[in-house]
Write a protein that binds this ligand. Sequence first.
Ligand SMILES: C=CC1=C(C)c2cc3[nH]c(cc4nc(cc5[nH]c(cc1n2)c(C)c5CCC(=O)O)C(CCC(=O)O)=C4C)c(C)c3C=C
Ligand SMILES: [Fe+2]
Ligand SMILES: [Fe+2]
Length: 342
Amino acid sequence: MSGAMPAGHAPVAFGKIAVLLVNLGTPDDPGPGAVKRYLREFLSDPRVVEIPQLLWQPILRGIILNTRPKKSSHAYRQVWMADGSPLAVHSRDAAHRLQAAWGDAVTVDWAMRYGSPGIAARLAALKDSGHDRILVAPLYPQYCAATTATVMDEVGRALAGMRWQPAIRMLPAYHDDPGYIEVLRARTERQIAALPFVPDRILASFHGMPQRTLELGDPYHCQCLKTARLLGEALGREVLVSFQSRFGRAKWLEPATDKVLEALPGKGVTSLAVLTPGFSADCVETLEEVALRGKESFLGSGGRNFAFLPCLNADADAIRFYQALLGRELAGWTEGLPRQDG
Ligand SMILES: C=CC1=C(C)c2cc3[nH]c(cc4nc(cc5[nH]c(cc1n2)c(C)c5CCC(=O)O)C(CCC(=O)O)=C4C)c(C)c3C=C
Ligand SMILES: [Fe+2]
Ligand SMILES: [Fe+2]
């Protein structure tokens, strides 16, 4: 909508509401060049690697970006989908399906914190098309400075360049939201019932973080443990916890997923189901590290049956959950208030 404006006023559209789903970001293609560009941006974020840039940049540019892209490219190639990177495909599909479920009342868009489509570009496009109330939804169930906070940092940088800023709301962490626990419970039961074996144990593998971040007060570790505890209570059985994707030399949260997978068969656990409830969408970390490499190492250590249970992605139950979760955050925007058109 754009209403009557005084003479000389630049034409501006306003009056619409949007939701911007945000995920981490992923390379544009699985080749080492694109992976290198992606890693350079991601690992240069001081929220992600908390080493002074003066010390870190020479290590990043001199060592990491000359070695890791090749290795990571191999991992990406193993999971790349016909339409692109799994993280991007699932994020885009979730946005489209949520839009279809909601109809015209709210515009649903999606962005990536690193790479494309970028947050600043999508916020600018939403604003230019008349969205003056935007709910930014980082799809990380657990709050973490390296994931959630950096989204808000980027939103702030994008708004800094706008004369008429849209009103912004931010989806809080939903690690203990009853709707999140319920959708996890129902999926996990359904996924397990469809397996050709009965798992002795269920393992929840979360992305790791440096141990130091816990000591500095990041709630991520506690929130991961709470998600797993509530899921275990809902399922009526224990859910083991581990932390994956260690990066760098510092001590990371423990126990490490790779070590747990190697050790479980020796403790009599030979049939295992693994879920990754710290990720909203499957990506290289869940599909390559857990579903492929994790399986290999569990079976190579004496395990007999291994199943990876996919993330929420853009499945129908996930869309129903997001509709309820995000609908609640939109309260007061979508009902009650007559929207102005000039
Ligand atoms: C879900 C929460 C995530 C946290 C917490 C997180 C922290 C974190 N990650 C790295 C380093 C890497 N992560 C990589 C991929 C990656 N990480 C997350 C999510 C979290 N990361 C996702 C969803 C993805 C997948 C992206 C995709 O394209 O599919 C990578 C790149 C892949 C690789 O080379 O292994 C790195 C590197 C750090 C250092 C960190 C916290 C300090
Ligand atoms: Fe990561
Ligand atoms: Fe990884």
